[in-house]
Ligand binder design. Structure first.
Ligand code: GTP
Ligand code: MG
Length: 620
């Protein structure tokens, strides 16, 4: 099937091509993705208006190729804790005795750390041969030789200054106040959304460090499973990662299975193995042992918890040198496919990422999402909501998952545990429709769309790109894209859903009341007034929602009381014949509808509106 998705290709990886389409765009190569700034989507669309449909650039690297490159970099890297007075030049000269340094950076968490990437893995062996196990005075050390090292120096003195001082890369997002200030300085809402994304997204260095942490853990697991790989998934790799997000990883044992070498001899050998009652049991046992090893052997890993009875068993811990909260699972290949799917969608149109970052931040600022598990909407569900919304645009801004499947070649075929996870990986096969919506319009209409979406009846289905009847009674139903019997948002309860819907309505209302979109200049105190996205993120928005809801509830209660008293004053139906009538001042039909809940089972009819006396009829 030819999926017809031409587009204002605001996001195209090849720089030449991008500049041809959108001369006002700048490109920034980061995180393995090109980043687009200050994009004027309408202008970009005009530039391609002669082309009905546009193919996505073929210069884009595939998801798996990017993962392999990063994995390889991590295997050639070490993490070194440095004293504050370290002289950068001396340090690099000392380390480079073991081989050519391809890349390095410093950051500060609990101390200053250096990530050093060598050109060759041999340099790591050479470096390790020169490291010693520390002898402790009152304790004993576990002599595990990891790639997390400490630099000791006989030099004394204060922190270095000048050209040889260490400059630390930032691993944390800007503070709320700083971000609000940055956003308020922008000229348009579109620029604000791009600015928010640039300020919060994972940096190249942060992603490298995440892969390095996976690689350090692999060194532990490799003691039992030499061919295993620990792969990051989720927001670390799906291009929607925000600075400070957790590190989701899974132990990939696929390469451990081995290959049958028997060809023609008629003989073959296989390993004798322990057996478990089920795949789940085996996963639990492996994670239990690896979790124990991480706890006992792996320096820097603290607070190890084994959560083995969860639907997806995991080991949770903190990696102190990086400050990452880590979740290690096993053989979680479907989740990896979800990450690849989001990566592909994020690569097709940059507007998806700008919208997702803005909506995730908005949701977090108003307590709709939370970093703890609970009945709230997760970031993954929010992202699915945005993808679905963009599939609903006219013309559609994103293809459906079935369309991505239909474009797949033979090598893309992928079935995991009976679930068809096939998707096209060669993005040049995708052509997209021309859609010129600005980010401002998309954001506003996202709020309107979900402020009035019928979550009671309908399920979100990004595979088909249309809503469907809900197959079960959960408050919110988002079909899992690959395990289609599952609901991604099963955890969400009705009160959390209601909060989300109310906040969408309120945000849509704020947008419609155009005041918030007017950029205001700095006051005499030089404080720039919040406007646009900055204003939407302010907690006062929710406060005003809550206050309005409270006012509405109080008004409904008062209306209800008055209706009750009129109803009670009416004659009983038996005495009155077919119906009875009373009068209430100042109550409208709308008031009655909103306050009608206490009168269920009694049909009320109003024949005139507004503040005239309203005849109220109780029908039998
Ligand atoms: P952050 O909140 O930034 O960590 O986003 P995230 O995308 O990493 O989400 P999270 O850490 O909750 O989950 C990690 C990954 O697991 C997601 O990206 C999905 O690929 C997958 N995942 C999360 N929730 C579900 C779910 O309910 N069902 C399935 N099948 N996969 C899920
Ligand atoms: Mg995550």
């Amino acid at each position: 099937m030819a999926a017809c998705f031409s587009v204002c290709r605001a996001y195209v990886r090849g720089a030449d091509r991008l500049l041809r389409l959108c001369p006002r765009c700048e490109l920034q190569a980061q995180t393995g993705l090109s980043r687009l700034h200050r994009t004027d989507f309408a202008t970009a669309a005009q530039a391609v208006s002669n082309t009905e449909q546009t193919a996505v650039s073929d210069a884009k690297e595939s998801f798996s190729l990017i993962q392999e490159k990063r994995h390889d970099q991590a295997e050639r890297s070490v993490l070194i804790n440095c004293p504050p007075n370290t002289n950068k030049k001396k340090f690099l000269a000392y380390i480079s005795k073991h081989g050519d340094i391809r890349n390095h950076f410093f950051y500060e968490t609990y101390g200053i750390y250096a990530v050093v990437e060598f050109s060759s893995r041999d340099s790591i062996s050479s470096l390790k041969e020169n490291c010693t196990i520390p002898s402790l005075q009152h304790e004993a050390s576990v002599p595990f030789k990891s790639r997390l090292l400490t630099l000791s120096s006989t030099a004394t003195g204060k922190k270095q200054t000048g050209p040889n001082a260490i400059k630390c890369h930032n691993l944390t997002p800007p503070s709320f106040d700083k971000l609000i200030n940055q956003l308020s300085k922008q000229e348009t809402v579109d620029q604000q959304m791009q600015c928010l994304t640039e300020a919060c997204q994972l940096t190249e260095e942060n992603i490298s460090l995440r892969f390095l942490v996976c690689s350090l853990l692999r060194d532990i697991a490799a003691a039992y499973f030499p061919d295993c790989i620990i792969r990051p998934f989720g927001s670390t790799v799906n291009s929607f990662g925000k600075l400070g997000c957790d590190l989701d990883m899974f132990l990939d044992l696929d390469a451990v299975s081995g290959h049958d070498q028997s060809k023609g001899s008629g003989l073959s050998l296989e390993y004798q193995v322990k057996r478990g009652a089920s795949e789940r049991n085996v996963t639990q046992s492996i994670l239990s042992v690896i979790g124990e090893c991480v706890d006992v052997f792996s320096p820097g890993c603290v607070g190890v918890q084994k959560i083995l009875n969860a639907r997806c068993p995991l080991v949770r811990f903190s990696h102190q040198p990086s400050s990452f909260r880590c979740d290690l699972t096993a053989n979680n290949r479907v989740a990896m496919k979800s990450s690849e799917m989001l990566f592909i969608y994020g690569s097709l149109d940059e507007r998806l990422r700008f919208l997702v970052f803005t909506i995730r931040y908005w949701a977090r600022a108003h307590g709709i999402t939370n970093s703890f598990p609970g009945a709230w909407i997760t970031n993954f569900s929010l992202t699915m909501l945005v993808v679905f919304f963009l599939q609903q645009r006219t013309p559609a801004l994103l293809p459906t998952l079935n369309q991505l499947r239909d474009l797949a070649g033979p090598s893309d075929k992928c079935v995991i545990e009976g679930n068809d996870c096939t998707m096209v990986t060669d993005l040049s096969k995708i052509t997209l429709q021309q859609n010129t919506d600005t980010l401002e319009k998309l954001l506003q209409e996202f709020f309107e769309f979900y402020g009035s979406f019928d979550f009671g009846k309908s399920s979100i289905n990004i595979r088909k790109g249309r809503e469907q009847n809900k197959p079960e009674t959960s408050a919110m139903h988002i079909q899992n894209p690959f395990e289609t019997d599952l609901n991604v948002s099963r955890n969400v309860n009705s009160s959390q859903l209601q909060r989300f819907v109310t906040l969408c309505k309120e945000s849509a209302w704020i947008f419609q009341n155009g005041d918030v979109l007017k950029r205001r200049s700095a006051s005499s105190s030089n404080k720039i007034p919040q406007w646009g996205v900055a204003a939407l993120l302010m907690p006062s928005v929710t406060k005003s929602v809550e206050a309005r809801e409270k006012r509405k509830r109080r008004k409904n209660e008062r209306t209800a009381e008055r209706i009750m008293s009129v109803l009670q004053s009416l004659k009983s139906p038996a005495e009155a014949g077919s119906g009875s009538e009373g009068y209430i001042l100042g109550i409208t039909k709308q008031d009655l509808r909103e306050a009608a809940f206490p009168f269920q089972g009694q049909e009320l009819r109003v024949s005139r509106l507004h503040s005239d006396p309203v005849p109220l009829t109780r029908l039998v």
